[in-house]
Design a protein. Structure first.
Length: 617
């Protein structure tokens, strides 16, 4: 016999700070598994004397029993169980929504597993037709519980057949029901939210062409965008509908939906200060752009406004996470309009992609502050921004592919020139365009000779600043293949990179090491005559005791030198190799003879890495 007072006591302990909370939890969990729990939950839910927390526990227990323990009920008793559960739903329809939700889940679990209940959805609709919120919540939950056979004793085939009976066979009925409720809802935002919730659950089963022709439902979706309580649900519905249109060929229907969606553009300006609403609108426009990017490429004039709207979303300043939503669209559209057959579309969208370059560079700016100031509240925030910059770099590559290298490179180049000609230059105003130049490199051909020569001359004359030098050095390292075909720029660039090793700044030295390695690799033939100068530089690096030079930098420099040695004449390779290896061996000998620990151990590591790299190459 169930001790209801003990259940109540255990529930009280669960909401306290008592040390007995774990024991109480164990008792309640074990009770839920027992066969007697079936009768207990019915008693608690039927009688008014028990407090709300006990009734909530009873509803949760009934849900769990329906999920895991339905085998404890004799087959002949299942009909009575479904009647009592529907009775509880009527009883708690307006009393307590959390309890109602648990009961809806319980009834859904029973409906799926009670295979002999042939007309389940019809009977539930008839029984709950006077409790519209409860009926809509049940109809929302039923498809959600029908996604996966896990958690039921049914075989995959039984589950598939049951899902067809409950969901597929009832789509028309539910659509009609929702359409009727939508006509009756008027301006009732609560009713609209319930209808949209339910529609969202069924929408994947409804042919989108059929849905878009049901005027009461399309009206309630778009009208709900004006209501704060139902706005998010309307957005979810529209996003799902738009995704479904990818698989239909009815261009007329798609264009009609497109026209309704672009009419939402003023909402962006109205909610510019509300990132939540702006972000949801952006998701809708992004879904539309991604679903229709092929149509946009085929009919650019008809769909241009959507692309302009997405540019507006990308330009959002309040939340970079929202900006990021748009990136895949720009990539998808780029793939289409760079094909020969879509050249008309490319010409249409070149101005937009040109503006996009400016937008991206603006987002690349680091927060205000001097080069030595902490720019972020945490290291995590800084790393997140750096990752975001690399994502923006991919968008800049897309822009360059669309508008061409000369046009794309000219934008950051002109920005840098303009900034340098103005007073009170902030390093952020130079660093961001420099980053964009580096990002664009992959889409710049080696034959480019109009704007890159001007850029290369500018890079080595930039005002001295650690952030600017770091960024400029990395730019030089990305264009080394171009420099190999334009040797007149080699010496200035090489001098600029090597001078970076004079700074006691690990970031600059790391950038210089990487850039030098790429120079030595791609310009090895041109640098073969600089072997003695590089030897002197190399010795200085090896003898340096600064902690700013990390082992990885030594390794990269050694790798670069090895590329140049490899390009020496056959008669000189052995001598050149020994020239660079000899000082390393001498250093190793001194370290081993002195047997000095700590700092010398680190030096030993550096020399061994240098030797290893040189010998491998």
């Amino acid at each position: 016999m169930t001790d209801y007072s003990k259940i109540q006591e255990a529930l009280s302990l669960m909401s306290s700070n008592s040390q007995d909370k774990t024991q109480a939890l164990h008792y309640l969990e074990e009770f839920q598994k027992t066969p007697e729990a079936w009768n207990a939950v019915h008693t608690i839910l039927q009688q008014q004397q028990y407090p709300v927390e006990m009734k909530m526990f009873a509803a949760q227990t009934l849900r769990n029993k329906m999920t895991y323990d339905l085998h404890q009920i004799p087959p002949e008793a299942l009909a009575g169980l479904k009647d009592s559960t529907m009775g509880f739903l009527i009883q708690y329809s307006e009393v307590n929504k959390p309890i109602r939700t648990q009961l809806c889940i319980a009834l859904s679990k029973l409906t799926i597993q009670f295979l002999q209940w042939d007309n389940a959805v019809d009977e539930i609709i008839a029984t709950l037709q006077q409790q519209v919120p409860t009926l809509l919540e049940f109809l929302k939950i039923l498809p959600e519980e029908s996604f996966d056979a896990k958690g039921t004793p049914l075989t995959d085939e039984e589950f598939r057949l049951r899902t067809d009976q409950l969901i597929v066979a009832n789509v028309e009925k539910v659509l009609t029901l929702l359409s009727n409720y939508a006509q009756q809802s008027g301006d009732n935002s609560r009713a609209s939210s319930l209808i949209l919730d339910c529609l969202n659950s069924w929408i994947g089963e409804i042919p989108v062409e059929q849905l878009l022709q049901i005027q009461p439902l399309t009206n309630i979706i778009f009208n709900s965008l004006k209501d704060e309580d139902s706005f998010e649900k309307a957005i979810e519905c529209l996003c799902t509908i738009v995704r479904e249109t990818k698989d239909i060929d009815n261009i007329g229907l798609i264009h009609a939906l497109y026209q309704q969606i672009v009419q939402l553009r003023p909402l962006l300006q109205q909610h510019n200060d509300d990132p939540d609403v702006f972000g949801s609108l952006t998701r809708l426009f992004v879904e539309s752009g991604e679903a229709w990017h092929i149509i946009i490429a085929k009919q650019p004039q008809d769909y241009k406004e959507l692309v302009e709207i997405l540019l507006q979303c990308t330009d959002y300043q309040e939340d970079l996470e929202i900006v990021k939503y748009t990136f895949y669209f720009w990539y998808s559209l780029k793939l289409m309009i760079t094909l020969d057959r879509y050249q008309e579309a490319r010409q249409q969208f070149i101005p937009i992609y040109t503006q996009l370059v400016n937008v991206m560079i603006k987002h690349l700016y680091y927060p205000d502050g001097s080069e030595s100031d902490p720019l972020f509240e945490s290291k995590e925030e800084e790393e997140k921004f750096k990752d975001f910059r690399y994502d923006m770099g991919d968008v800049l590559k897309d822009c360059t592919a669309v508008i061409g290298a000369e046009a794309s490179l000219s934008i950051p180049f002109q920005q840098i020139q303009s900034v340098l000609n103005s007073p009170n230059v902030k390093w952020q105003q130079v660093e961001a365009p420099l980053f964009s130049l580096r990002a664009m490199a992959k889409e710049v051909t080696l034959k480019e000779n109009k704007i890159l020569p001007q850029i290369m001359n500018l890079l080595v004359q930039l005002p001295e600043n650690t952030k600017i030098r770091y960024a400029a050095t990395l730019v030089l390292g990305r264009y080394t293949e171009w420099t190999a075909l334009h040797p007149e720029f080699l010496e200035k660039q090489l001098n600029y990179i090597i001078s970076g090793f004079q700074f006691a700044n690990s970031d600059i030295i790391t950038a210089a090491s990487l850039a030098l390695m790429y120079f030595c690799q791609d310009c090895s033939k041109l640098l073969s005559n600089y072997i003695e100068q590089l030897y002197n530089f190399y010795i200085n690096i090896l003898n340096s005791n600064t902690t700013a030079i990390e082992i990885s930098s030594i390794y990269q420099i050694s790798e670069g030198i090895a590329y140049i040695i490899d390009k020496q004449d056959d008669t000189n390779i052995a001598n050149a190799t020994m020239m660079f290896i000899k000082p390393i061996l001498e250093k190793l000998g001194n370290i081993l003879r002195n047997k000095v620990q700590n700092k010398s151990t680190m030096l030993l590591h550096k020399k061994l890495r240098s030797l290893d790299c040189t010998l491998k190459l």
